[in-house]
Design a binder for this molecule. Sequence first.
Ligand code: TNX
Length: 719
Amino acid sequence: MKRILSFAFMLCTICGAMAQELTLIPAPRSYASGDAGYKITYNTKICCDEGAIPAADYLADKLGISTAKEGDIYLAIDSRMKSEEYQLSVYSDGIIIVGGDYGGVFNGVTTLLQLLPSTVYSSNLVLPYTVKGCIIEDSPRYEHRGFMLDVCRTWIDKESLMAYIDLLAYHKINSLRLHLTDDEAWRIEIKSHPELATTGGYRGGDSPIWPRYGKWDEKWGGYYTHDDMREIIAYAAQRNIEIVPEIDLPGHSLCLATMHPEMLCNYEHDTSAALGYDTRSVLCPSKEANFKLIEDVLGEICMLFPSQYIHVGGDEVDMSVWESCPDCQAFMRRTNMYTTDDLREYFMLRLSEILERNGKRMAVWNDAIKGRNMPADTHVYGWESVASCRQAAAAGYPTIVMPGEYFYFDMKQSQYEPGHDWAAIFDMSKVYNFSPSAVGFTANEQKNILGLEASFFSELYASHNPESPAYLHYMTFPRMLAFSEVAWIGVDARNWTSFKKRVRRYYDKMDAMGIYYRLDTPKVEYMNGKLTASVDDGSKIYYRQEGSDKALQYMAPITTDSPARYRFISRRGLAVSPVAAVEGYFATITPTFDITSSMGDSWQFAFDKAENYGRIARTSRAADVGDWVMFTFDAPVECRSMKVATGNFQLPRYIFESGEVYVSYDGEEFEMVGELECGAYVIENPSMPIKAVRIVCTSRGNGAEWVSIQPPTIYPVIR
Ligand code: TNX
């Protein structure tokens, strides 16, 4: 292949005008534009060095052209360059991508895709197309740019997973950790113990695994066979993504323990509050046979997954059961252990030995190094806080930084949106502006940062529509774009203003990728009797007036005396914005009320916690058929809607799996108004002020030891 180097290249920085115009995310380290370009036609051929064949196939497939021994598009590997580094050159007679290794070549390929029309992502690219002449030199700031997907709480099948891997690959994410086991499911075939997946992959219905999220009385789930997983691993590897499996031990093991109760601690556990379900989630460290089964499991995992590191959890271990276990106590005395931290350390070190015997290294959550040491090369994933990440890095562990408050994409993006809020409420700007030094990492600690990881825990996905990727997409895009850039170019080269502009232009690409991403919240203003809504991204605005279920397109300011009766959203293809309205729309009222129940309340979370609207309360046990909870107001409440919910705020867990809702206007006569959905029900536009609401359970148990009771959410009548 001939190279023409005769025309001059103009060097631009990534913040420069040209890079902006190009809409590259993540931005490359340097971009130089040339004045001519290369015209890709249907006759263009792709050729490559042997080590780059899968990338050439990938690119050929995207462009709808073929590979050959010789061609104008050339993918090369030059081992003098760094791992994952690449140079992409577009000349008038061809395109060359040189990478330091396979990853470098693939990174160059993903950049080339971003230089093409968006249709390249929807397999609709029309050729010929001329790519502008340029030289891009690029390499990552962090060698680990990871994403963790919880496939336990919500089952994500092979095809959906592969579709999501495509999205990660477009953004230069190079590690996908699959959270394969948890309290709620076991998602990977184990040939030596087939029941783990064939039983543990399904919860609800007649499964011995009781549901805690999801479809409740419907048996629901799935798992990956070894063949599936090999296919997924190969698919990801072609896209420069390494799959890192996580088998979460010794906590988060309720599902495993339900199938193997002999792995639990050896004492009579009172299961009456959970109506007979043993909810202990921690394996007993004193039982040698446990390590035999675990070695069977990890042995297969080590064979199946090529990754050098295997994640074995270590998080949130409920060590109180070890304190109640006579065998654990005797074991501790025999081996001179003094605290349950010693026991956890012992457990984790046994796992480390097993992995070592199988030629692997250990990865753990940060909990595992609390007060104890793991082998020095253990990968530590810091999730609890920035401090926990710094602690790992300060102790010298290769650290993956993923504090929930920056990188847990299951967190809400603003106050009235779905999601968790235990770590923070944040949108992509907070992700983008994450800076290790600004949050306190010393220079030495920063040397031990292996990289960053974003994550999606899927408790809430299960209660949306898990058959569609919409919720997963909405929660992770565009936050993923911000993550991809901060992990790729690092802190010093970032530029929020440039990024924000590129994201806007990137909407076309996300549309073509089929992403149900989140649009910015429309701006809503009320002035001089006129309600206006606006967006600056070209999306269409729709509104709905209180009491009507018809959505109308917003065309002009609305004249009204009651602005709080209107809510707005904007849409663009599959993308949708959060609900926007004047603040009054979201305002709630808090009339005084009493809670009574056939189950009584827990002493720790008594009903008055919910009665004062401050927190949630708990019953003393899970509900059986016929159990009830009643909310009685001091005075009848006039409202436009009232939501009554069992379960945690935001999270349908600890709920009535199913139930009926009865309303009384006088406190004596009750009429049924509907059935619970995911533990909750919204009474819309009641015809009279409500004196009391009673919810009656129609199913047995909820996989836990109590029902959570929230205060009702009551929206006032707007006149
Ligand atoms: C904390 S991350 C957890 C998960 C939950 C997640 C929800 C970690 C070690 N524990 O079990 O799914 O929060 O955000």
